[in-house]
Design a binder for this molecule. Structure first.
Ligand SMILES: Cc1cc2nc3c(=O)[nH]c(=O)nc-3n(C[C@H](O)[C@H](O)[C@H](O)COP(=O)(O)OP(=O)(O)OC[C@H]3O[C@@H](n4cnc5c(N)ncnc54)[C@H](O)[C@@H]3O)c2cc1C
Length: 320
């Protein structure tokens, strides 16, 4: 059975940064990724533009050259893929980790294909795999999705976009510009304050001029094949509808964290327990890296401020 100093679970930007750092410091390591390289970024909207400029997304000072100051999804895929391939990182793709157990000072990692032994574990599994659900009738209809991909798909269709965040605003604007009849449904009384500053005026003006319809202080109560029912402050309304994008945010895989033994704050934020100097959790030898550290506060960590985790963790492992 293969034995490593570190098994890294998750081949996103931060998992790759951890692999690169481990390699540089001469540690034996393996990255296990359940999808393609940087799977979350692969599942981002096709036209997505990062809010960070490319140098803020760099790992290990490897230059990230992009056409515009803020790179597109396709450029980020290329950048992180090239880092993994040109550094010949030890990464296994399409291999999901199902469980991690510890006996004495050794971990056993069981994936869907193999079993590995390791002295340390880095969990860098992000938060993009599990959407926050609405738990309403019709949410499982094929016309409903929690992931937005390509605006062309909604051309000429009645599209309801649920949410007030960057993802919902991007989906609403892009789909409207591809000829969709867009209705935004927002629980609060305004477009999110965290919406990219250069995008927010655009959506507000499209709403003002009536190009995009909006319902504030409104929730969705039911989705049917050809309609959507909403609860507004004036009561229930049923609207004709073809597609629904429920962009209501995502959450880390807490079940997996708890299976490994990582404890979570017992408040609504469910922050995992870790030492913010070393990123080591309450389980000795298990570390957290990347956006998973925020629990349900998914806006707190991103590539910009979590890429440093790689160096912190490997330095601590070398000290131990
Ligand atoms: C629309 C959008 C725009 C963003 N824009 C920016 C920005 O401009 N700047 C910025 O800094 N950040 C931005 N972020 C945040 C940032 O991109 C991500 O959160 C980033 O992907 C974090 O990297 P990560 O490696 O921690 O997690 P992820 O990229 O999510 O990687 C986790 C990886 O773990 C894998 N995985 C999960 N479970 C398992 C398992 N059991 N076994 C094996 N593999 C597993 C997943 O497939 C995934 O590839 C944005 C996020 C979104 C959603």
């Amino acid at each position: 059975m293969e034995y490593f100093d570190i098994v890294i679970i998750g081949g996103g930007p931060i998992g790759i940064a951890c692999g690169l750092e481990a390699k540089k410091k001469g540690l034996s390591y393996l990255i296990l990724e359940k999808g393609p390289i940087v799977n979350s970024l692969f599942n981002y909207p096709v036209n997505m533009q990062f809010f960070s400029s490319s140098e803020k997304l760099e790992i290990d000072d490897i230059p990230f050259i992009s056409k515009e100051a803020k790179p597109r999804r396709s450029e980020a895929l290329e950048y992180y893929r090239r880092i993994a391939t040109s550094n010949k990182l030890n990464i296994k793709l399409f291999e999901k980790v199902n469980s991690v157990s510890k006996l004495n000072e050794e971990f056993t990692v069981v994936s869907e294909k193999n079993t590995y032994k390791s002295k340390n574990i880095i969990i860098a599994t992000g938060f993009y795999d599990i959407p926050n659900t609405l738990n309403i009738p019709g949410e499982d209809l094929p016309k409903v999705s929690h992931y937005y991909n390509d605006p062309h798909y909604f051309a000429g269709q009645k599209l309801a976009v649920i949410g007030a965040s960057n993802s919902s605003v991007d989906a609403a604007l892009e789909s409207y510009r591809k000829g969709a009849e867009v209705t935004l449904i927002i629980r609060g009384d305004e477009i999110g304050q965290r919406v990219k500053y250069w995008v927010r005026p655009d959506i507000i003006n499209r709403i003002k001029e009536g190009s995009i319809k909006v319902y504030y202080n409104t929730t969705v109560t039911e989705i049917n094949k050809e309609t959507i029912t909403i609860c507004t402050k004036n009561g229930l309304e049923t609207l004709p509808n073809d597609f629904v994008l429920a962009l209501t945010g995502y959450k880390p895989n807490f079940t997996f964290l708890e299976q490994v033994g990582v404890s979570l704050s017992n408040d609504e934020k469910k922050i995992p327990t870790y030492n913010d100097q070393t990123m080591e959790t309450n389980v000795k030898g298990v570390y957290l890296a990347g956006v998973i550290c925020g629990g349900l506060e998914t806006h707190k960590w991103f590539i910009e401020n979590s890429r440093v985790h790689a160096k912190m963790i490997v330095a601590n492992i070398l000290d131990n």
